[in-house]
Design a protein around this ligand. Structure first.
Ligand code: ZN
Length: 157
């Protein structure tokens, strides 16, 4: 595991030079993959405001009151350990403007392994990329080598 100065998104860069400026609102992620990385890092750094800011208005979680959503995300960030991120595949925006990212997120909660593979969709709202939807699948439920998955072989949302 990298030193504590390293960004939790797994870029190999130090946090200050990687996702911190995104979390502080100094700049926007340039593409969907960077947005995905910065959201994973935001869980690890308990940047709950950033997780809400980067949630697309069309995401299902927007159906709950923001206060409730904040509590839910804060509890997740508090109870979970974010052990690493592996990007498996990405695709440029489709006709609806949704860019996709496929990744493995290593997450532990109270000593249990909740690592999952997720196919995420991101849409640009004119300001930045926002998390539109995600299809997570527990890594144990993946037949074969999860690292060999691509967007073409992972189920469509
Ligand atoms: Zn980062």
């Amino acid at each position: 595991m990298a030193s504590p100065d390293h960004c939790p998104c797994g870029s190999g860069l130090i946090y200050k030079a990687c996702c911190a400026p995104l979390h502080k609102g100094e700049r926007e992620a340039p593409d969907a993959e960077s947005m995905m990385r910065s959201r994973y890092a935001a869980y690890a750094k308990k940047e709950i405001g950033y997780l809400i800011k980067t949630l697309d208005p069309a995401h299902d979680d927007r159906k709950m009151p923001e206060g409730e959503l904040h509590k839910l995300l804060a509890a997740a960030a508090r109870n979970q350990r974010y052990m690493g991120l592996t990007i498996l595949d990405r695709a440029a925006p489709n006709a609806e403007g949704v860019a996709e990212v496929l990744f493995i997120a290593r997450v532990f909660e109270r000593g249990r392994d909740f690592t999952f593979v997720e196919r995420s969709g991101f849409a640009h709202d004119g300001t930045g990329w926002r998390y539109r939807r995600g299809v997570p699948v527990a890594i144990d439920a993946i037949p074969g080598d999860p690292k060999a998955l691509t967007l073409a072989t992972f189920p469509k949302p």
